[in-house]
Design a binder for this molecule. Structure first.
Ligand code: FAD
Length: 392
């Protein structure tokens, strides 16, 4: 498929790459502010479906709550609402390369299906790459379902599970596993002194650890296994003698799941646009310094804060939407991002969890209140509000 401006009555074309938490929030913001006679919107995503990341760790452990249907929503006409109804275009493809043109001019995207798409304004919101259990295929729903069933079967067959990395993915996955497998040995090994990272106060990190230990999950902090051992995820490849950790402990796991290694999804961009961590360098207006018609936000943006859907959806997307319209109208008043406040909610299965809000003296909320805020439903009931799709 090739989409170029000549075929569109000289409307400005806004292309959004990535229909995740940030991209869909942006689309929904634009759907009320756009002038459909002047602008059109194209959404491109590597997958045919939006996958709600916050519910994926429950999804890959068991069929609880029918999440294969409820957490994964196809893109389609319903994705484009309000003033975008009937005019938005969705393309299922992965962006491989971008010809940015001259600064301020439009450019051209090259897709993995060989097609090209021209843009006047481009927004990059391609998120992160995640560890294997939640690194979902891109082709179609059948492949995604196969992946989910394979991971579920691995967990069910394992006698002793080792999660490598005690960030939020390792923590939440351990809680989901404990819900479904009440007596299976589960260990988290984490290189730092406490779980998570130094963004959060020690007292919160210690409280998370105690809560997990209270459910019989073994936590080894200040320790690690070699990268080679951590990558041997298939049971048959794991030594019967187990692993010796850097601190000399022997672990006998027969399933090793790396839960670390999250990276910004930016390999399609030239390195001069990226920071040393692979994030996209932006101005506080979300514009790329050399390309005022190109915006980047969400997990991929180079900004010193934790990457969350809340930040992308509530604190960034409305400003990106405003700035796009102002840019196209050559108007003043462009909005700048000042960051958001630190907050985190980690689940511990369905009925528990631990949250931290960096407000007042730094508030920690545990147990059932965290469960009501996130763990119980994982915010699944809100997905339709983002995607415009109601699962059948
Ligand atoms: C298990 C888990 C729990 C979480 N819990 C929370 C929580 O409780 N609260 C919270 O605020 N955040 C949470 N997060 C983080 C949150 O999901 C992310 O920060 C958020 O999704 C980032 O939004 P985004 O739009 O930048 O990227 P994403 O939502 O990841 O969307 C990126 C999209 O880009 C597409 N894409 C990638 N590359 C290409 C390409 N080359 N071409 C075309 N399309 C492409 C992808 O298919 C994807 O649909 C959690 C994450 C995980 C994994």
């Amino acid at each position: 498929m090739s989409l170029h401006n000549q075929s569109s009555n000289k409307k400005s074309t806004i292309v959004i790459v990535g229909g995740g938490a940030g991209g869909l929030s942006l689309l929904n913001n634009l759907s009320t502010t756009i002038d459909p006679d002047e602008q059109r919107v194209i959404l491109i995503d590597a997958r045919p479906t939006m996958i709600h990341l916050a519910s994926t760790l429950r999804l890959v452990v068991s069929d609880a709550d029918n999440l294969l249907k409820r957490s994964i929503h196809p893109y389609g006409d319903h994705t484009f609402r309000n003033k975008l109804t009937g005019t938005g275009i969705f393309i299922h493809a992965s962006v491989k390369e971008i010809d940015f043109g001259k600064p301020g001019d439009g450019g051209i995207l090259t897709l993995d299906n060989g097609g090209t798409v021209a843009y006047d304004v481009l927004v990059l919101a391609t998120g992160s790459t995640w560890p294997r259990p939640i690194a979902f295929p891109t082709e179609n729903m059948n492949k995604i379902t196969e992946h989910v069933q394979k991971i579920r079967a691995e967990f069910a067959a394992a006698q002793d599970i080792l999660l490598v990395g005690g960030g939020s993915v390792g923590i939440e996955l351990s809680g989901e596993l404990r819900d479904v497998f009440p007596s299976k040995p589960i260990t988290i090994i984490h290189r730092e002194k406490y779980l998570l990272n130094a963004t959060y106060p020690d007292k919160y990190r210690i409280a998370v650890q105690k809560q997990l230990e209270g459910r019989g999950i073994t936590i080894l902090t200040g320790d690690a296994i070699s990268a080679l051992d951590a990558s041997n995820v298939a049971g048959s490849q794991i030594s019967r003698d187990g692993f010796i950790t850097e601190q000399g402990k022997t672990l006998k796991a027969d399933l090793v799941i790396p839960t670390w290694g999250t990276r910004p999804n930016t390999t399609y961009l030239p390195s001069d646009l990226l920071s040393s961590t692979g994030h996209v360098k932006i101005l506080p207006t979300f514009q790329l310094p050399a390309h005022p018609n190109v915006f980047a936000f969400g997990d991929i943006m180079d900004w010193n804060e934790q990457k969350t859907a809340a930040n992308a959806s509530f604190f960034q997307a409305p400003k990106v939407a405003k700035n796009i319209i102002l840019y196209l109208r050559e108007s003043e008043g462009i909005a700048k991002y000042n960051g958001s406040f630190v907050m985190i909610m980690v689940t511990n299965g369905k009925t528990s969890g631990m949250s931290y809000f960096n407000i007042l003296w730094g508030i920690i909320v545990g147990g059932w209140i965290s469960s009501l805020m996130k763990s119980k439903d994982l915010m699944v009931s809100r997905i339709s509000g983002m995607t415009g799709y109601t699962p059948v």
